[in-house]
Design a protein. Structure first.
Length: 340
């Protein structure tokens, strides 16, 4: 019976793993399609509205409630700005200037940015040869992706720059989440719903200043934005939560490395994009650097993360975990003791 339970959990974890990689990888395709009928800020607002609605509905079904307290909502508003409003908009603007394939590849730099921000922001983080080498390899891969030897006139440079800036936002935001929201008593679902709600309000306040109402709503872009929000920014969170509980954090973190592969396959196969040779090769170098920079050093026998105390005591553990993908930028997932 025990073996059967393990096999069932493993199968469930692999199914969630595949669905997450597919949903998050296809997100760049949906952004590109949404850009064909809406302005970038409208694409961002639409995905946030659909994503927030999905999580609020799940929250209602589970009889959970949104967080309370000004302090928590302040941090959720900051997290929503850094992890949702700004990077979602940057990716939408980026794909007006570059391919969905290149945007997905640039997203793969998120783990690198997370390590950089953690080294700068967490007192317990110390650069070592392994991480320094990983960062060097990763950012060398970025130069390869951008085709730096061609000079600053590369056609994809503006779009790629915005996509890399979006990944940098994720790096900042993930460290912020772990610093200010991990220890709150609210469920991960409630925190994520609150974060998306705050981001939706922020974008709704800014949108009228940047764009007007669309003159014509085409079915395909509308369907793309609705799918992007409902699945990529809503359902995917629930899948990730189940994946971490059933498959473990290591399996969940590995999804990050499949996203550019799915994004490239979708862009090439469905949108007929033609990336240059240096983009996929550079992507492999970026992923290799990200993996190297986040390998954990072996702990001395008898020392566990729990014995190191509070957040500052486990800075290296927290920062060395993989950063979320663009669609994984909601509040940190943690076990709910009441539901174990």
């Amino acid at each position: 019976m025990g073996g059967m339970a393990i096999r069932t959990a493993s199968t469930g974890g692999l199914v969630r793993f595949g669905l997450l990689a597919l949903i998050w990888g296809l997100s760049f395709l949906f952004i590109k399609l949404g850009d064909e009928g809406f302005s970038p800020i409208q694409v961002t607002l639409g995905r946030l509205v659909f994503g927030t609605g999905t999580l609020l509905l799940i929250l209602l079904v589970r009889r959970d409630r949104l967080p309370r307290g000004r302090r928590v909502w302040f941090h959720l508003a900051v997290a929503g700005l850094i992890l949702n409003a700004i990077p979602f908009s940057l990716f939408a603007y980026a794909e007006q200037h570059t391919s969905s394939t290149l945007a997905g590849i640039c997203n793969a730099t998120t783990p690198l940015w997370t390590v950089v921000v953690a080294l700068l922001a967490l007192p317990d983080e110390r650069p070592d040869r392994r991480r320094t080498a990983g960062l060097a390899v990763g950012f060398l891969g970025v130069l390869l992706v951008l085709g730096a030897w061609r000079g600053a006139v590369s056609g994809d440079l503006l779009g790629a720059g915005m996509a890399i800036a979006a990944a940098g936002c994720y790096g900042i935001g993930w460290v912020y989440l772990r610093r200010f929201l991990t220890g709150t008593p609210n469920s991960a679902l409630a925190l994520s719903a609150g974060q998306l709600l705050a981001a939706a309000v922020e974008v709704a306040l800014v949108a009228p200043l940047l764009t007007g109402l669309p003159r014509h709503v085409a079915p395909l872009p509308l369907l793309a934005v609705a799918t992007l929000g409902t699945f990529g920014t809503g359902i995917a969170y629930v899948l990730q939560y189940g994946l971490i509980r059933n498959g473990g954090a290591v399996l969940a973190a590995t999804v990050t490395y499949l996203i550019p592969i799915v994004a490239a396959a979708a862009g090439i196969g469905l949108l007929h994009e033609h990336p240059s040779w240096n983009q996929p090769v550079g992507a492999l170098v970026v992923l290799a650097g990200a993996a190297l920079s986040q390998l954990r050093p072996r702990r001395p026998a008898g020392i566990t993360p729990e014995r190191t105390g509070g957040f500052r005591g486990r800075g290296r553990d927290a920062a060395s975990r993989h950063a979320p993908s663009p669609e994984r930028c909601t509040a940190p997932v943690r076990s709910d003791p009441a539901r174990r």
